[in-house]
Design a protein around this ligand. Structure first.
Ligand SMILES: Nc1ncnc2c1ncn2[C@@H]1O[C@H](COP(=O)(O)OP(=O)(O)OP(=O)(O)O)[C@@H](O)[C@H]1O
Length: 236
C-alpha cells in the first residue's frame, strides 16, 4: 500500500443519537483502499449504525463523513455496495428476478459475475427467496452485493446465518470477487471466522473506536490472535 494513497473513507467527530441516546459518540476513522477491514464490536457498539451512515441510508447525524471525497448522498451511493443485515429483496423473487432488479438499480452491476457466484454457491435457480433457507438468502445477497464494481463494499454480518463449512465458501466467494483497489468493510462478531482474510481491524465500543490497526501488527504487538485480543479488550 502506498503511503500517498488517499483514504477512501474519512470520518471525524461522527455522532449519531437515537431519541437523545448516542449510538456513535464523536467517532474518528480513516480507511485506505485496497484492503479488507473487519469491523468488530460487542452488541450495541454501533457497527450497524456506522455502516448505515457510510451507506447513505441513515440521516440526522453530526460530524464529517467522506466516501472518496463525497458526503453521503447519490454520488457516494453510486460507489458503495451495501449489504444490510436484514433481507431487502422481495420474498417472491427468484435469483434471476433479483439479478434483474440489481441490474436496473445499479449501473456498475455485473450480471454475469452474479450468475457465476450464484452457481459457485450452488443456489437453486427455481426457488424464490421465501422458499430458501436463511443461509441461502445470505449467499444470494452476497452474490448480488459483490457483483457491483464498487469502490467500497459494506457487509453487515454477512455470515451470521450460515453453517461453519458455508462460511468458508462464502469468504472464498467474497475474496475471489474483490477488486484489489477496493475497500471491503465487514462487520461481525465471529472474529475467528474472518481472522484469516482481514488486513486490518476496527474495534468499536460504546460508539467509539477503541482499537484499530493492521491485523499482523496487532497480532505481533499483543502476541495473540485477533480473536484472543478481542476477548481480552472486551472483557476489560
Ligand atoms: N432504530 C433505532 N432506534 C433506537 N435506537 C437504536 C436504533 N438502532 C440502533 N439503536 C441503538 O444504537 C446502539 C447501536 O446499535 P447498532 O445496531 O449500531 O449496534 P451493533 O454494534 O450493530 O450491534 P449488534 O452487534 O448487536 O448488531 C444500540 O444502543 C441500539 O440500541
Amino acid at each position: 500500500m502506498s503511503a500517498h494513497t488517499q483514504p477512501v473513507i474519512e470520518v471525524s467527530g461522527l455522532t449519531k443519537k437515537y431519541r437523545g441516546r448516542a449510538a456513535l459518540s464523536g467517532l474518528d476513522l480513516s480507511l485506505q483502499p485496497g484492503q479488507i477491514v473487519g469491523l468488530m464490536g460487542d452488541n450495541g457498539s454501533g457497527k450497524t449504525t456506522l455502516l448505515k451512515i457510510l451507506a447513505g441510508v441513515l440521516a440526522d447525524w453530526e460530524g464529517s463523513v467522506r466516501i472518496a471525497g463525497h458526503a453521503p448522498g447519490p454520488e457516494s451511493k453510486a460507489l458503495v455496495s451495501f449489504l444490510p443485515d436484514a433481507s431487502f429483496l422481495p420474498d417472491r423473487h427468484r435469483p434471476a428476478d433479483a439479478i434483474a432488479q440489481y441490474a436496473r438499480f445499479f449501473a456498475d452491476f455485473d450480471e454475469e459475475k452474479a450468475t457465476q457466484m450464484i452457481d459457485f454457491f450452488g443456489l437453486p435457480w427455481d426457488r424464490s427467496l421465501k422458499e430458501m433457507s436463511k443461509g441461502m438468502r445470505e449467499k444470494l445477497q452476497i452474490s448480488l452485493a459483490m457483483s457491483r464494481q464498487a469502490r467500497v463494499y459494506l457487509l453487515d454480518e454477512p455470515i451470521s446465518g450460515v453453517d461453519p463449512a458455508s462460511r468458508d465458501v462464502i469468504l472464498k466467494g467474497i475474496l475471489s470477487n474483490f477488486a484489489e483497489d477496493a475497500l471491503l468493510l465487514v462487520s461481525t462478531h465471529l472474529i475467528q471466522d474472518v481472522e484469516a482474510i482481514v488486513d486490518s481491524v476496527v474495534f468499536l465500543r460504546g460508539g467509539q473506536v477503541m482499537l484499530a490497526g493492521d491485523a499482523d501488527a496487532l497480532r505481533t504487538e499483543h502476541g495473540s490472535s485477533l480473536d484472543a485480543l478481542f476477548r481480552k479488550v472486551y472483557a476489560a
